[in-house]
Design a protein around this ligand. Structure first.
Ligand code: UDP
Length: 263
C-alpha cells in the first residue's frame, strides 16, 4: 500500500473496498489496531501538536477523509485514488457487520446521542449488534471509566471513537493496547449524523467539495476552526511551487551531462 506525506501527516492511498477488506482482516485477526480519518484541519493541527502527530503515526491505517487532501496530492502530481469519508465508511462497514453479526461499541458524543445512534443502526442494519455505548470524555482522567464500560461489553469487534480531533486520536493511541477491541476508528461527528442530531450535507454538495460550507451554515461556531482550511490551502500552494521549482533546478543540473550523452 502506498502512502502520501501531506504536510507531515501520512495518508494511505486506499479505496473504500481496500479499507473494508483491511477492517475485516483486522477483525478476523483481532489485531487491536486503530484507523484515523485525517482531513486538512487535522493536518494543520498536527503541524503544531507533536502528541497528535505521534497518535496519527501510530494508526494502522490513515484513510483520505478530507477532500482537500486529494486536491493537494493531485496538485503535487502524486494523486490519491479515492476519497474515503469516515461517515460513509461507517455506513458501508455497518452493512458488512450486519451480515456477519459483528459487535460494535459506540464511544463519545453528547448525552443520549450514542444510544440513539445505536437504536438507528440496529434498526437499519438488522444483524449488527451494538453491544454498548458510553459518552465519557476524551480527558485521560476519564479513560478508566470508558475502559471498564468497554470491557463489560467484550468482545468488541468495532469501536467507533467519536470525540473529534485531536481527542479521539490521542484516546485511541493511549487506550487501544489495553482494550478487548479488534479495531477502533476515529470518526468525529458521525454519531451526531447517525442519530439525526446534526443534518449531513446533501450528496450533491459533498460531490462539489462544499461539505465544509454546509457545516459552517449548520454549525456557525466552526468558522474559527475552518480558518485552518485557508492556511492549509496556502501551504499546499507553497509546497506545489517548491516542488515545481525543485524539479526545474534538478532538470537544469542534469541537463548538461544528459545532453553530452545525447551528442
Ligand atoms: N465530543 C465529545 N466530547 C468532547 C468533545 C467532542 O463527545 O469532549 C464529540 C461531539 O459531541 C461530536 C464529536 O465529538 O459528536 C466531534 O464532532 P465534530 O463534528 O466536531 O468532529 P469532526 O468530524 O469535525 O472531527
Amino acid at each position: 500500500m502506498s502512502s502520501r506525506d501531506i504536510l507531515g501527516v501520512r495518508v494511505d492511498d486506499v479505496t473504500y473496498a481496500e479499507t473494508l477488506a483491511f477492517l475485516q482482516a483486522a477483525i478476523a485477526a483481532r489485531r487491536g489496531c486503530y484507523v484515523v480519518t485525517p482531513n486538512p484541519e487535522i493536518v494543520m493541527r498536527a503541524r503544531r501538536d507533536a502528541a497528535l502527530r505521534a497518535a496519527l503515526a501510530g494508526a494502522a491505517l490513515a484513510v483520505p477523509d478530507g477532500g482537500g487532501l486529494l486536491l493537494a496530492a493531485r496538485l503535487w502530481g502524486v494523486p490519491l485514488r479515492e476519497q474515503v469519508r469516515g461517515t460513509d465508511l461507517v455506513y458501508r462497514l455497518a452493512e458488512q457487520s450486519a451480515a456477519r453479526h459483528q459487535r460494535w461499541f459506540l464511544l463519545g458524543a453528547g448525552p443520549g446521542v450514542a444510544e440513539e445512534a445505536a437504536r438507528r443502526l440496529e434498526r437499519r442494519y438488522p444483524g449488527l449488534l451494538v453491544v454498548g455505548t458510553f459518552a465519557g470524555s476524551p480527558a485521560p482522567a476519564d479513560d478508566a471509566a470508558a475502559r471498564e464500560a468497554i470491557a463489560r461489553a467484550a468482545p468488541v469487534d468495532v469501536l467507533l471513537v467519536a470525540y473529534g480531533a485531536p481527542g479521539q486520536e490521542l484516546w485511541m493511541a493511549r487506550n487501544l493496547p489495553h482494550l478487548p477491541v479488534a479495531v477502533a476508528i476515529g470518526v468525529g461527528g458521525v454519531l451526531d449524523y447517525i442519530s439525526g442530531r446534526v443534518p449531513r450535507a446533501p450528496a450533491w454538495l459533498r460531490a462539489l467539495g462544499l461539505e465544509w460550507l454546509f457545516r459552517l451554515l449548520v454549525q456557525p461556531w466552526r468558522w474559527r476552526r475552518q480558518t485552518a482550511l485557508v492556511r492549509f490551502a496556502l501551504r499546499v500552494l507553497l509546497e506545489a511551487l517548491r516542488r515545481r521549482l525543485g524539479r526545474r533546478a534538478l532538470r537544469r543540473a542534469v541537463a548538461p551531462p544528459a545532453l553530452a550523452v545525447a551528442l
